[in-house]
Structure formats: C-alpha cells, structure tokens
Write a protein that binds this ligand. Structure first.
Ligand code: ASP
Length: 313
C-alpha cells in the first residue's frame, strides 16, 4: 500500500539563504530575507518527488528573530505535522539564531515526523551559493520515512536540535555538533546514519502563552574577569524573571557577580548556569550554587529557562 504521507511542507522565515547582494562577489554586504520560499525552491533542479506546500511565515534576518515569529512557527508546524498526508517539514532560517529555534521546536513539539531546519552562509546571489544544496539536502532528509525529530542540515551534515552550534562566522560548514557528532550525513540525496534520531517528551503547545509578549523575560549574563554585579541589579530592578549565567570553565562564577546573583535570587529571579566554553558539558560533582543545564549553549538555555518559567505560571 502506498504511504499516505506524500506531502512536504516548507516554511520560510528569511535568513541569508534568502539573501540577495548587488553583485555575485559580495558574500557580506547583502540583504537577508529578500526572496520568498517559492523563489528558493525554483533554484533547485528537481524536488524529492513529493508534493510541496509552501508558506512564507516571515522575512527576517534571524538576528532579529522574535517570540511572535517563534509562536507562529510552532503553531504552523503543529498544524501541519498533525495532518496524515504530511511526511515532514523543512524550515528555512538564518544561521545566527538557528540553534535557539531548533531547541524551542524540539522541546515544544519533539515530533515523530522530521522537522528539518536549514540555512546558508552565502546569499542566493553568490557565485557559489550554498543555499540550494542545503535546501535540496533538507528536503531529502524530510522526505526520508525513517527520519524523525527536529534536525539541522547544513553542508551535508545532519545534526540533532540540541547538539547544533554555530561555530564559525564565515565558513560554509559553520555548524558543529561538538563531541556528540552528526546524526547522519546526506550524500547525493542519500542518508548515512550514525546514531539515533532525537526524541523527547514534548511540552506541547498548551504550555505556551498564546500572547508571546507574555512570555517570561529571561536574559543571559556572562561571567568574566573584572565582572561586576551592577548589571544584574539593574536587570532585577527592570523586572527580569530569569537569568542564565554563562560561567567560566565548569560553570564557575566571578565572586562579585555571584553576590549580585544571590541578591537576584532573593528577589525571586530564577538563576541557571551553563558554561561559556564552546564545547564540552558541565560536570557534576562541583558544588554549583545554582542548577546547571549541563549540555546547552547559553542561548538554548535561555529558551529552556523561559519554558521552565512558563510551566510554573
Ligand atoms: N544574519 C543572517 C541570519 O541569521 C546570517 C545567516 O543566515 O547566515 O539571518
């Protein structure tokens, strides 16, 4: 019996993959999010053999990603993934905040179908644009019946939502999964899988306030030499609800900053620790003063704490 899952949904949010510069040599001075999703797909020589449905959800440089767009993206994905004929979804996105969006989708939806985020480091107008190949690879992964979970596809590699990190400002293989490594490679449209697809218990849409302006305010502060507590005091005064501290090494915190964080906690602000190191987990066994998100980047931890606070209220 033929599979009923004959449709792929492609949701566009903008980014460099949809960027255009005045000339083909310019890989820096371009306008992100200039093209719509149908123009991106038009650049591909062929599709994955499934029916494509497209939506332009936003036209953002992802440095400007906001909670309203996140809410819309989560809602549209939940809607489409629940349809029996949908095999999976592709989301085109900027690279800058892609790991944050991926973590939000993973935690809220943890889908049994594939949701594949892809992006590009060079604009569509570039002499050697990487977007069309990345998009073709993302479609191939989303079309794979075995694939599941929130995935990130760039430069021929497939990463899990929690592992993906933007590690380079310029290179085409800008993303890494650190020690975890890639889940799979995508080679000439074929998947070579190394380990399990990501899975989790989803929080579900009901846990998200329907008004994104009501999402709890969470900021990131970094511990560093010469750190001072006045910035934290000002955030508490301004009404911040949660603080993620990107600590040094194994999530350690400068003594002056730690004092301010204690004052913040006494005022009801929730504090969580991560490491500011680019790779490696925070190891247990040390007497951390606040709970630790051992394996999240600081921007992902900000999403996690926001979701934690939503569950409480
Ligand atoms: N500023 C761009 C964005 O994140 C960078 C990119 O897509 O590579 O939207």
């Amino acid at each position: 019996m033929p599979s009923p899952r004959r449709t792929l949904v492609v949701l566009a949010t903008g980014g460099t993959i949809a960027g255009r510069a005045a000339n083909a040599h310019d890989n820096v001075g371009y306008r992100a999010a200039a093209l719509g999703v149908d123009e991106l797909l038009h650049a591909l020589p062929g599709g994955p053999g499934l029916t494509l449905e497209t939506e332009d959800l936003a036209r953002l440089d992802s440095k400007d990603m906001d909670h309203a767009t996140w809410l819309c993206l989560v809602q549209r994905l939940a809607h489409h993934l629940a349809r029996a004929q949908v095999q999976g979804a592709v989301v085109t996105h900027g690279t800058d905040t892609l790991e944050e969006t991926a973590w939000l989708l993973h935690r809220v939806l943890a889908p049994r179908k594939p949701v594949v985020l892809t992006a590009a480091m060079r604009p569509a107008s570039s002499l050697q644009a990487d977007g069309p190949q990345n998009l073709a690879d993302a479609l191939a992964v989303a079309a794979a019946v075995e694939a599941r979970g929130v995935l990130v596809v760039l430069a021929g590699q497939v990463f899990g939502a929690g592992d993906a990190r933007k590690r380079h400002s310029w290179r085409l293989d800008a993303f890494t999964a650190g020690d975890a490594g890639a889940i799979a490679a995508i080679e000439q449209g074929a998947l070579r899988r190394f380990r399990e697809w990501p899975s989790a218990e989803p929080i579900g849409l009901d846990g998200l306030p329907a008004d994104s302006s009501a999402w709890p305010w969470v900021e990131i502060v970094t511990s560093h030499a010469g750190a001072r507590g006045a910035g934290v005091d000002a955030l508490v005064h301004a009404g911040v609800r949660g603080l993620v501290v990107a600590g040094t090494g194994n999530a350690t915190v400068h003594v002056d900053l730690a004092q301010a964080l204690q004052r913040a906690q006494a005022a009801g602000v929730v504090v969580r620790l991560v490491t500011r190191c680019a790779a490696g987990p925070v190891l247990a066994g040390r007497d951390h003063r606040w709970p630790v998100y051992a394996a999240l980047s600081a921007p992902q931890a900000r999403v996690e704490l926001m979701l934690e606070l939503m569950q409480e209220s």
